[in-house]
Design a protein around this ligand. Structure first.
Ligand code: GUN
Ligand code: ZN
Length: 435
């Protein structure tokens, strides 16, 4: 099991982290061209200029030399499915046939704890290879899939959020909870929530696969355990939206179904949010719920384009998710790349600084974990990533011609992927090194 080093460690590199959303605040970030990150007992001790901090190091502490690299907080992926790792890049004409053809048969295999553990191991290795240190993860309906996931994340000392999928109708019998049952989720909360770095997410898959009875009990569970997370899907695909209108005719909207059952609150994360109206985004903001925007998935399944302008108009909390396995990459850099293009197609513009904010502090805020992850605030958990602007010949060539931080980050987002991740650290311990 990986544990946080107790001694002081220091890292010399360029440092970037945020203290505000650059979409709404002019000086939203700290940048130290020749910076020093000081870590003690797995937590941030200091982040600043090398010239100012080098003299404060205890005798004998030699900084790790990452000059020429950029250190940022570890990336946070707020929506993905670990059981779908083996079916990434499966072709299908849209969400509902994709679920029937690939997803449900693939998830069936997680009945077997050994299979679940081996996929969880690969999945977490892939995340850390891509610089992601925290993720909000769907397991399957099987409680053993949650045990397998948290056992693997505990062994790596990663801050992970995950939960058992709740599903009691409109799905195959082999993946179905007994009608209205949520008891397994409560037992898993008691077993895993806040054990080490694990946090539990109450996980109704989406409104069509839960009966009213199950959603009602899910809402009660969310009220009984107010510091757990909630994750689900909403307004991803037009056919899905039509289906929800038929199933829940009394709710104002698809998102309104979740609000009617008490599932909109702080730490509620809604995947996709493509076909929401202004009132929906206002409810997101008013309740402190957050959107997990999944551009590679939305383009892959042809679901639609997230409307950044509408969301920002309401000041809704936003974050980015890969949505593996409908998403086509584990890399948050590649997720930024596609988010940028989605914004352009909707007539908006998403600067690179905003995208790095969304993948770090923005996600931490969306998850109500500011001060714990997502920045280099003193005392925060030392989860960070070392980005290499010279990782590939093309990236090196483009980086040589960057005239600003914005251009450099943009090149990393558009041209980078797992190759641009030189190293990843969790609680001050190295969990990945490239090459
Ligand atoms: N809606 C309900 N389940 C899923 C899923 O597994 N993936 C995606 N993209 N959408 C969903
Ligand atoms: Zn999803």
């Amino acid at each position: 099991m990986s544990t946080a080093p107790t001694t002081v460690q220091a890292y010399r590199a360029s440092l970037l982290h945020f203290h505000a959303d650059p979409a709404f605040t002019e000086q939203a970030y700290a940048w130290h061209q020749d910076g020093l990150l000081v870590v003690k007992g797995g937590r941030i001790e200091a982040a600043g200029d090398y010239a100012q901090l080098a003299g404060t190091l205890p005798p004998g502490v030699e900084p790790v030399d990452y000059r020429g690299k950029i250190i940022t907080p570890g990336f946070i992926d707020t929506h993905l499915h670990y059981p779908q790792t083996d079916m990434i890049a499966s072709p299908s004409p849209g969400l509902l046939p994709w679920l029937e053809t690939y997803t449900f048969p693939t998830e069936r295999r997680f009945e077997d704890p050994q299979h679940a553990r081996s996929v969880a191991e690969f999945f977490l290795d892939e995340l850390t290879r891509c610089g992601t240190t925290t993720a909000v993860v769907y397991c399957t309906v099987h409680p053993q899939s949650v045990d397998a996931f948290f056992e693997a994340s505990e062994a790596r000392n990663l801050r992970m959020v995950a939960g058992k999928v709740l599903m009691d109708r409109n799905c195959p019998d082999f993946l179905r909870d007994a009608e209205g049952q949520v008891g397994d989720s409560e037992a898993l909360i008691n077993k895993w929530h806040k054990r080490g770095r694990a946090l539990y997410a109450i996980t109704p898959r989406f409104a069509p696969t839960s009966s009213e009875a199950q959603l009602r009990l899910t809402g009660e569970l969310a009220r009984a355990y107010p510091d757990t997370f909630i994750q689900t899907h909403v307004s991803e695909n037009k056919d899905e939206c039509d289906w929800v209108r038929q199933l829940y005719p009394d709710s104002r909207s698809y998102l309104g179904v979740y609000e009617d059952f008490g599932l909109m609150r702080r730490r509620a994360l809604f995947g996709h949010c493509i076909w929401l109206d202004d009132e929906d985004f206002a409810r997101m903001a008013a309740t402190g719920s957050a959107a997990a925007i999944c551009p590679t998935s939305n383009l892959f399944l042809g679901s639609g384009l997230f409307d950044f302008e509408k969301a920002d108009g309401a000041k809704a909390l936003l974050s980015l998710g890969t949505d593996v396995g409908a998403g086509t990459s584990f890399s948050m850099l590649q997720t930024m790349n596609e988010a940028y293009k989605v914004a352009r197609l909707k007539g908006s513009y998403l600067p690179a600084l905003r995208m790095f904010y969304l993948a770090t502090l923005g996600a931490a805020r969306a998850m109500d974990l500011e001060g714990t992850i997502g920045s280099f605030a003193v005392g925060a958990e030392a989860d960070f990533v070392v980005l290499d602007p010279q990782a590939t010949p093309l990236l090196a060539r483009r980086s040589a011609h960057c005239d600003s931080l914005e251009e450099q980050l943009f090149a990393l987002a558009l041209l980078g992927d797992d190759r641009a991740i030189r190293a990843t650290y969790a609680m001050g311990a190295k969990v990945h090194e490239r090459g």
